[in-house]
Write a protein that binds this ligand. Structure first.
Ligand SMILES: Cc1ncc(COP(=O)(O)O)c(C=O)c1O
Length: 266
């Protein structure tokens, strides 16, 4: 179910009356109502969405026992404080618990949440290597072996990601001060890992590495086949117990990532 009449799929608000009448006539009680408000939604939007869902539940489906509030809880990619990137869960839970009491909702109605992005975003990073550096008039163009097709949603949403820089021995290079842009390596002249200028270490050089943070949500599943760039291999880093290869890089003659049946310790 969607509150936005522009969305392609799902039942629209104007169809609810007919739907509930039809179900009543057939004697069908739906198991659940499921709403998806759209990704990156703020606390204010999530609150008003909750109120709206409850109105729909009371008006059209008062007998159902499950309300699925979906996902869409915003993760703040731009916030440099790693503890302040998350959706404000406590405020949200306080609000819905208050509303449940105020609206005297039946105690046997179960609420389900499906947060994806906010749970996984900062669990994954993309590692690219620096291939060459071109000095432009007032910035450096950093040629990497990456591409926006590895993480297209950043470009689609005009979003920047946090970065860390490492030398060829993987020693961190701190204090990025110089203005740069991060080029991808495909034939597309506008291929940048993500749009806009970033701060890079002044002495960054070919052979160094850049770690692009917060790409854990939808990770390499968002890889696009466009431009023939092979998908990255993925590794899972377990706390204190090693690094495991979980998908192999796509092959030269196709563009598919290969999920290993068993993680391989490397
Ligand atoms: C039905 C449904 N639930 C949950 C999610 C997760 O959304 P998010 O990652 O924005 O929290 C999605 C994402 O497309 C979805 O379609």
């Amino acid at each position: 179910m969607t509150t936005d009449a522009k969305q392609r799929t799902a039942i629209k608000e104007y169809q609810l009356k007919n739907l509930s009448q039809f179900l009543n006539k057939k004697g069908i009680i739906p198991r659940s109502i499921h709403i998806y408000v759209g990704t990156g939604s703020s606390l204010a939007k999530m609150k008003s969405n909750f109120v709206k869902v409850i109105e729909i539940y009371k008006k059209y489906f008062p007998n159902i026992k499950e309300i699925n509030l979906g996902g869409g809880f915003a993760f703040d990619y731009d916030n440099l404080d790693p503890d302040k990137k998350y959706f404000v869960w406590e405020k949200y839970f306080k609000f819905i618990s208050l509303k449940i009491k105020q609206l005297e909702l039946a105690k046997d109605v179960k609420f389900i949440l499906e947060p994806g992005r906010d749970v996984f975003a900062d669990s994954g990073s993309l590692v690219v290597s620096v291939k060459r550096i071109v000095n432009l008039k007032n910035k450096k163009n950093i040629g990497t072996d990456g591409s926006y097709v590895l993480m297209p949603s950043a470009t689609i949403r005009k979003r920047q990601h946090g970065l860390s820089f490492f030398d060829k021995n993987f020693k961190e290079i701190k204090n990025p001060k110089t203005i740069g842009v991060l080029s991808g390596c495909t034939t597309l002249s506008s291929d940048y890992l993500f749009p806009g200028e970033v701060k890079i270490p002044t002495d960054l050089q070919a052979g160094d590495y850049i770690v692009v943070k917060d790409i854990g949500a939808y990770g390499s599943t968002q890889h696009m086949e466009f431009l023939n760039k092979k998908p990255c291999p993925e590794v899972l880093i377990k706390e204190n117990s090693g690094v495991y290869l979980i998908t192999e890089r796509g092959k030269d003659d196709d563009k598919i990532r290969y999920l290993l049946s068993e993680p391989k310790k490397i």
